[in-house]
Ligand binder design. Structure first.
Ligand SMILES: NCC(=O)CCC(=O)O
Length: 331
């Protein structure tokens, strides 16, 4: 694109910014409730809504409360909800078998939501960290996060989620070869319409801190995730990973975190044209909320602006903890 313009004063850019009517006419991007995926935290118990202190406004919910929240989200027009379990530490082991237990929290919540509100899409998380005594997304053997053995476990986890009725499988683990392995297994078992939204470009980021509190993983993690999550300095590598995951059968791809990585979103969208999502992660959410609580920024405006920026960067949708709040603001 090569914009052409007459010299000043023949062109006055402020003409098209002079009133809200004209600003609306020339607006290039839109944020709608249909762009939102709402990540929620699921915990044990009944009637539980437990605040996450590092994420003001976010709670962990027991399955009954998540089911109610999903119904409310669907009523607001939010198309999808993404489940993250807060696993009882007693169930975290080195072999991570709770990850593919048909009765684990995530699978129970999926079944409850799909039976109460079949219209909302349920997305799941595929990774071993909620179930791993070491807090890593893969098995740890002799200090190494082993790839191929982990992929075999992720396949079992994904199949248990598909069996529970998940619409969108979300592998967030960053092992190599997991998308192809999960896709083959889904096809073999007849889950032909189960989608995969691959966390294709997931960076080893400091912005995940509050999430680890929310799922009780902060204390568990030994070491860091730099041998499988991406180096924040890299951009071309993201394109290679997205291409690989699309070739292995991903329906949609994700960039994570969001706002600090909008350049990656734009490159991914422009290069592949695939459905592209960004995850506005817990640290991004917490920064906006903390500044708003201190009166340093207007939280509602910053929320909408930050989400609009994802659309401007080419994203088709955003995973955001703000989903219900922004849905109400847009209504
Ligand atoms: N696999 C999911 C995450 O790591 C979420 C991170 C965040 O919200 O900070």
């Amino acid at each position: 694109m090569r914009p052409v313009q007459a010299p000043f004063p023949l062109t006055r850019h402020r003409r098209t910014r002079a009133s809200s009517a004209i600003r609306a006419l020339v607006q290039e991007n839109d944020l709608g409730v249909g762009d939102l995926i709402w990540p929620v935290f699921v915990c044990d118990g009944t009637g539980v809504e437990e605040p996450v202190s590092s994420m003001p406004g976010v709670v962990r919910r027991s399955v009954d409360r998540v089911t109610e929240a999903a119904r409310e989200a669907a009523d607001l027009g939010i198309p999808a909800i993404c489940l993250f379990p807060y696993t009882d530490p007693a169930l975290k082991t080195a072999s991570c078998e709770e990850a593919w237990n048909p009765e684990n929290l995530s699978n129970r919540a999926t079944r409850a939501i799909k039976s109460a509100t079949p219209g909302i899409a349920v997305m799941s998380d595929v990774a071993l960290d909620p179930y791993n005594a070491d807090g890593h997304d893969g098995f740890v053997v002799g200090g190494e996060i082993v790839n191929d053995e982990t992929v075999a476990a992720l396949v079992k986890q994904a199949l248990s989620q598909a069996e529970a009725g998940v619409d969108i499988i979300g592998p967030s683990d960053m092992m190599d070869g997991r998308i192809g392995a999960i896709r083959d297994a889904l096809e073999d078992r007849g889950y032909k319409n189960t989608m995969i939204l691959s966390y294709a470009a997931k960076y080893a980021s400091a912005f995940y801190g509050p999430f680890r509190d929310a799922v009780g993983a902060s204390g568990a993690l030994k070491g860091d995730k730099k041998s499988y999550q991406m180096n924040p300095a890299n951009s071309d590598e993201a394109l290679r990973l997205v291409e690989r995951d699309l070739r292995e059968g991903a329906d949609m791809v994700m960039v994570k975190p969001g706002l600090p990585y909008l350049d990656i979103c734009r490159r991914v969208k422009d290069t592949f044209g695939a459905p592209t999502f960004a995850y506005q992660v817990s640290g991004e959410y917490a920064m906006i909320q903390a500044a708003a609580q201190n009166g340093w920024i207007d939280g509602d405006r910053a929320m909408v602006e930050s989400l609009m920026c994802f659309k401007r960067a080419g994203c088709d949708g955003i995973l955001t903890y703000f989903a219900p709040t922004v849905a109400r603001a847009l209504a």
